[in-house]
Write a protein that binds this ligand. Structure first.
Ligand code: ATP
Ligand code: SF4
Ligand code: MG
Length: 335
């Protein structure tokens, strides 16, 4: 098992008039740990995740797994992604057994019987009755389809699982069960996970590390408990303030709403200096003497190479405690 490292990754869509959806992001998913990625709609979470599996175009930087550029890994790389919509992720004409068989890497299990046994094992792993392998996905509920999508992802025996809002499209009544399953699979199999969700209670439940994204950049990262109970970036504080309380049950959590009242910035033309300055409740539009926020982007202090985020860091010139500002932790080795 190895770390997944986003090393100064940028993703640009379109030509000159396009936008940089992910801008020089450094982030590490340490082996066997869960990194929860949060941020409002359009901040670039999916684009970053998709860059790791080759679904969005990396225009600068690299994504490394165990030090190897993922673009140089074999065709079925040890990274798998599960998406939000369990209805479109399965071919309606294929039985669930066929769908899972298709995801077993070629040559790994020669022989029909071995593949059938593997499908049964995978279905049991996601708490589905192997007897259902002949069923078409149309006969399954959303939660059951998402379990099949997980079984398909696990068929490749991945080291890293990337989950993008995998419970957001499900009935709240089944979200908790799917999350419990994901957590238990992650622990049992020692998977590394990048887990994206709008829902901060879900992030809190699953994550070892939390990273917060705003307008294409990581603005805060660190151990989950520290980021969620002692946020240092004004944007993270706004996100948490807008979310239901930490004690809210998983079953009645809503989506975290937009943070500050001001309009979100235009991603085609992001503000200079700190990108959050147009909305920041403690920024230059509100406080005198904070011109620095207009001049320098504190996210530029994000290490160029990904580092393990054992230390809590925030990309704000005026974060309460200077020791929280983003720096390369001592002893962290760049890949
Ligand atoms: N294929 C694409 N072509 C052009 N622009 C895109 C494409 N995909 C995403 N974008 C733009 O890139 C930015 C980041 O989008 P992305 O989907 O990564 O955000 P997100 O954080 O995942 O949002 P959400 O929470 O709504 O899923 C947005 O401004 C979006 O409009
Ligand atoms: S750098 Fe300035 S504008 Fe940006 S978050 Fe900090 S105080 Fe706000
Ligand atoms: Mg998304």
């Amino acid at each position: 098992m190895s770390d997944l490292v986003f090393d100064a990754v940028s993703v640009r869509y379109g030509g000159r008039r396009g936008l940089t959806a992910v801008d020089r992001v450094g982030l590490t998913v340490p082996s066997g740990q869960v990194v929860g990625l949060v941020g409002e709609s359009g901040s670039g979470k999916s684009t970053l995740a998709r860059a790791a599996v080759g679904l969005s175009p990396i225009s600068a930087g690299r994504v490394l797994l165990g030090g190897v550029d993922v673009r140089k890994l074999p065709r079925r790389p040890p990274l798998q992604m599960v998406f939000q919509d369990p209805y479109s992720s399965l071919d309606p004409r294929m039985s669930i057994g066929e769908s899972i068989t298709e995801a077993i890497p070629r040559g790994v299990l020669p022989g029909r019987a071995a593949r059938r046994d593997e499908v049964a094992r995978l279905l049991e792993l996601v708490n589905l009755d192997p007897e259902r392998s002949g069923h078409l996905p149309g006969r399954l509920s959303g939660g059951q389809r998402q379990r099949v999508a997980l079984a398909r992802a696990l068929a490749g025996r991945p080291e890293v699982l990337i989950a993008d809002e995998i419970t957001s499209a499900l009935d709240v009544s089944v979200q908790g069960a799917v999350l419990n399953l994901v957590r238990s699979l992650q622990r049992r199999m020692g998977l590394s996970m990048l887990f994206i969700s709008h829902n901060l209670a879900v992030i809190r439940y699953l994550s070892d590390i939390v990273a917060v994204m705003y307008l294409g950049r990581i603005v805060e990262v660190g151990p989950a408990e520290q980021v969620l109970t002692d946020p240092q970036h004004p944007y993270t504080r706004d996100l948490l303030a807008a979310a239901p309380s930490a004690t809210t049950s998983l079953l009645d959590i809503g989506e975290a709403s937009e943070t500050a009242d001001a309009e979100p910035a235009d991603p085609h033309d992001p503000p200079g200096g700190c990108r959050y300055h147009t909305r920041c409740p403690v920024g230059p539009l509100v406080r005198a003497g904070r011109e620095l926020c207009l001049q320098a982007d504190p996210a530029d202090t994000v290490p160029i190479k990904g580092v393990a985020h054992r230390r809590h860091s925030a990309a704000c010139h005026f974060s309460e405690n200077e020791s929280h500002q983003l720096t390369i932790p001592r002893g962290a080795s760049a890949p």
